[in-house]
Design a protein around this ligand. Structure first.
Ligand code: PLP
Length: 912
């Protein structure tokens, strides 16, 4: 069985096996049972297959010991028919997840009930109220023979009043507790009783690789508190309860006990514990703003203010727009309001349920504060930049970042010092900015005594194409050079990463929390001082660039901001975004933040957007772990199918880490998730150590090798196959898996790729040599005749303001406003030879505005920038249709040389 091979090899795709792979294993077991009944396989085959599934099944409540024992008993009685019947029912219940609400699935014998698993969404198929289901992990020292009795005791605590229903899952060791936490996405709470052992009862290679690092770290001994810390690190959203029979006061007083929601004395308190578990889940389930909006929609409210659409009367009574009402349904209109009172709150000055909703979001995302934003991360970025930067401040910015940052700099009057990402010329895209480049910028500023002016480092993590920074290392090394530098991480695409233990340490907040822990550790000062004495008094810049710098924990002011487009990776409506703050000096900028909110936020924020941010948070806290695991699982399935399919792989490939990240930034030597010999432990090392790693959910599918440019291929997928995607490059398209994807989506995509590959194959085999030659030429043109990516040149002398000699910052706002003087600007068409003449003989061409091809959406020209030959070559070869700031009939908008001269004169006079 394919899965069994994978299990023993401990492959990465096995590790990321969520419910899908488990369901596969059960279906394969059904096949074995079928074959046994038909005579093709034996009872031993069945029993071997079942036995191999036992360790992982023990981490889940369903089918549980009762049904597993029934399977074993039926098998021992040589009753293949009963085995097949039961194994089929279990497999179906797991696949449809019906066991969460259908009691019959837990019975050994099918009582022939009529009830069919409810496959329809609740509003269509179910009328009775639905109680959400979860599982609670119980770590215990009680021998496993007594677990069934304990399980009965836990179930006995259920009351009809309970808002949720849960099943206990028992484990007796640290290793099993750890593996269950990693592998069971349904867990919402953990109860740790003292008396457990370290080693698992099972010896399964994939589990061993999962837990061997534990053994190294903890030397096979862990207290309940240490175990609580460990599990909380894997899944911070879980509620942890510790039950102790001794010294409970001492335990509760230990600062490490912060990770536990409550500490209980002995098992006598079982009902209290049960109620605490339900209350803990309720706390995550509560969505203060959404709950109030639902109540508001039920009230008979007469409106005598704006927003006639509220309550829907102008819609439903109309002959002409009633279809809108029918399309959206009455609830949307009942939930519309421009009120900020009567149970609702004001996004601009929240004091009630929006405030609480934001506090809950801060808890969920590991921040100190969260601002909900209803106009996309485009707005969150502008808010952060405006609040944190003032005119004259220098910000080190990835030139490649989203345009909102550049516009933010214009608004703030800050001086961007652009740094370059490593180019991926072959695919016409950029990677991320190497740490060396960032340190060099800071050290150059320092050499020129301008470091005090550098306020912020502004980067995109992960990039559109999936490059993830080593956020912790970047921040630590920068803080070693400038201890109060502010970090703005644009995680527009990466909000979901909080809910994966692999990705979390690489998020802004994950790293900030780790740095905070490090700052509190007494060993940190010693580490800093040791490095200082090794570096000596005045280390050269080259030495500092080569050294992994340690900051001085006593000097560091940790100031980290993250923006995320909640709508891009979680269940928020379009434009729902969050701005996360973890800033020890937030009190010094809080007033500015409110000004930034007032500047950018609409005074009529959309209620549904705010509610969806609240709900997205609830979902991620309760099922985000499984959903993100599923998104990763789906991406690995797509990667595998494309790589292994003989026909697809002839024309297409998905770039692995080695294709996306140059070897010098993959210090661990990691090549790809599915490379031979790769397992999850190796991938983990890459996540820990490498300068950049790849988000597996972002798949660059190279289509140039199939003769399609990115735009053409994207259009074909949309028009012929109803497959939507967003970003393209000259020879690739970007596929993204997210929490919404299913295996049917994967199947559809793979079928489509097979069909397209088949068509190409047929055309090439049936067409003559000319067809083949044309195809080869097209592939060559797409894959090798690619334009060089233009680096940022410099601001024109008259826009450099007071920039230093070695740094390239400039007055982007000054550049921006020159475009407002129509007489001072000129247009030259891209094909006009005048462009080439000016490039050779001058005067310099200076852009009057932003020129931003979309996608990818970063500016290849900013206002005041000197235009170089590389930029012109790139523009001339560019094959995207939408280029913001460029009108092909008018040409490039430039600042006239005489306007530049006038400006330079004015600047000099002013300076004198
Ligand atoms: C890196 C980055 N930041 C910010 C944004 C803007 O986000 P939003 O669409 O939520 O305004 C985008 C949009 O694509 C982006 O790619």
């Amino acid at each position: 069985m394919a899965n069994r091979t994978r299990l023993s090899e401990g492959r990465i795709d096995q590790f990321f096996s969520g419910p899908n792979a488990r369901a596969d294993q059960w279906r394969e077991l059904v096949d074995v049972a079928h074959a046994w009944l038909a005579g093709g396989k034996s009872r031993t085959d069945f029993e071997t297959a079942l036995l191999e599934m036992v360790p992982i099944e023990e981490f889940h409540a369903y089918p549980g010991p009762h049904l597993m024992a029934a399977l074993r008993d039926n098998s021992a009685a040589d009753d293949a028919r009963s085995v097949l019947s039961l194994v089929t029912r279990i497999s179906t219940a797991l696949l449809t997840r019906s066991f969460r609400g259908h009691a019959g699935d837990w019975e050994i014998h099918d009582e022939g009930s009529e009830s069919v698993p409810d496959l329809l969404p609740p509003t269509l198929g179910r009328s009775e109220t639905h109680r959400p289901y979860f599982e609670t992990l119980i770590v215990t020292g009680v021998p496993s023979e007594r677990w069934p009795a304990l399980c009965a005791e836990w179930r006995g605590l259920r009351r009809p009043l309970d808002a949720f229903i849960y099943e206990p899952v028992f484990v007796g060791s640290v290793e099993d507790a750890f593996c269950a936490t990693m592998l069971n996405p349904d867990l919402a709470a953990v109860v740790i009783n003292e008396g457990f052992v370290f080693r698992s009862r099972h010896d399964v290679p994939v589990l061993r690789t999962l837990s061997e690092s534990l053994e190294r770290k903890y030397k096979a001994e862990l207290s309940a508190l240490q175990l609580a810390q460990l599990l909380k690190r894997v899944r911070p959203e879980l509620d942890i309860y510790i039950v102790s029979n001794r010294r409970v006061e001492e335990l509760a007083g230990n600062p490490m006990a912060d990770v536990a929601r409550r500490v209980f004395y002995s098992i006598e308190e079982l009902l209290e514990l049960h109620l605490a578990i339900l209350e803990g889940v309720q706390d995550r389930y509560d969505t203060p703003f959404f709950d109030n909006l639902k109540k508001y929609a039920q009230r008979p409210i007469g409106t005598f203010h704006a927003l006639p659409i509220a309550r829907g009367k102008s819609v439903f009574k109309s002959d002409w727009i009633r279809d809108m009402g029918e399309f959206y349904g009455p609830t949307l209109f009942l939930a519309e309001s421009s009120a900020t009172t009567g149970g609702l709150d004001s996004l601009l000055e929240p004091t009630g349920n929006i405030k609480i909703a934001q506090e809950k979001a801060a808890r969920a995302f590991g921040a100190d504060h969260v601002f909900f934003v209803t106009n996309g991360t485009s707005t969150s970025n502008k808010m952060a930049v405006q609040a944190l930067l003032a005119p004259g401040d220098i910000a080190i910015v990835d030139r490649n970042c989203h345009k909102s940052h550049h516009y933010g700099m214009v608004l703030a009057g800050a001086q961007p010092l652009y740094v370059e990402a490593f180019p991926m010329t072959e695919y016409s895209m950029y990677g991320a900015v190497p740490l060396r480049t960032i340190k060099e910028a800071l050290l150059n500023l320092k050499s020129e005594n301008r470091l005090h002016r550098a306020k912020m480092l502004d980067l995109t993590n992960c990039t559109f194409d999936g490059h993830i920074y080593n956020t912790r290392r970047v921040m630590e090394e920068c803080l070693a050079i400038k201890p109060d530098l502010i970090f703005l991480w644009d995680e527009a695409w990466f909000g979901f990463a909080r809910f994966s233990p692999f990705l979390r340490p690489r998020t802004a907040m994950g790293a900030a929390n780790d740095i905070e822990t490090w700052l509190r550790d007494s060993a940190s000062v010693a580490a800093y001082e040791k490095q200082q004495s090794e570096l000596g008094k005045n280390p050269s810049n080259e030495t500092l660039l080569k050294t992994r710098l340690i900051p001085d924990p006593r000097q560091v002011r940790l100031r980290v901001y993250q923006t995320n487009s909640t709508h891009k990776s979680m269940s928020a409506l379009r434009q729902g975004s969050m701005l996360l703050v973890k800033d020890i000096d937030f009190h010094t900028v809080e007033a500015q933040f409110h000004e930034a909110v007032f500047t950018h936020a609409s005074t009529s924020p959309n209620q549904q957007l705010i509610a969806s941010l609240d709900v997205a948070r609830r979902q991620m806290e309760l099922e985000g772990y499984g959903l993100v695991g599923n998104a990763i699982e789906v991406s690995l399935a797509i990667r595998k199918a494309v790589a292994e399919h003989p026909l697809i792989s002839k024309y297409f490939k998905i770039l692995g880490a080695d294709g996306m990240v140059p070897a010098e930034y993959r210090q661990s030597g990691f090549t790809d998730f599915l490379a031979p010999g790769s397992n999850w432990a190796i991938a983990l090392r890459s996540m820990q150590d490498d300068e950049f790693c790849l988000d597996p959910t972002r798949m660059t599918l190279v289509c140039g090798t199939a003769g399609f440019d990115g735009t053409q291929f994207k259009g074909m997928l949309a028009s012929r196959y109803n497959i939507q995607l967003n970003k393209t490059s000259r020879n690739s398209v970007l596929l993204q898996s997210n929490i919404n994807n299913t295996r049917s989506d994967v199947a559809h995509l793979i079928r489509v790729l097979v069909e397209i590959s088949h068509e190409i194959d047929q055309r090439l085999t049936q067409g003559g040599p000319n067809v083949r030659k044309t195809f080869e030429e097209r592939v060559k043109s797409l894959m090798t005749d690619v334009p060089d990516l233009p680096n940022f040149s410099s601001f024109h002398e008259s826009f450099r303001k007071d920039a230093g000699k070695r740094t390239n910052e400039g007055d982007i706002r000054g550049g921006f406003y020159t475009a407002y003087d129509a007489a001072g600007c000129e247009y030259i068409r891209l094909a006009d030879p005048e462009i080439d003449r000016r490039l050779t003989n001058g005067p310099q061409l200076v852009s009057a505005n932003f020129v931003i091809p979309y996608p990818p959406g970063f500016p290849i020209m900013v206002p005041g920038q000197v235009i170089t030959k590389e930029t012109i070559d790139f523009m001339r070869k560019l094959d995207v249709k939408e280029i913001h700031g460029y009108d092909a009939t008018e040409g490039l908008k430039l600042v006239r040389p005489d306007a530049l001269a006038k400006r330079a004169g004015a600047t000099t006079k002013h300076a004198a």
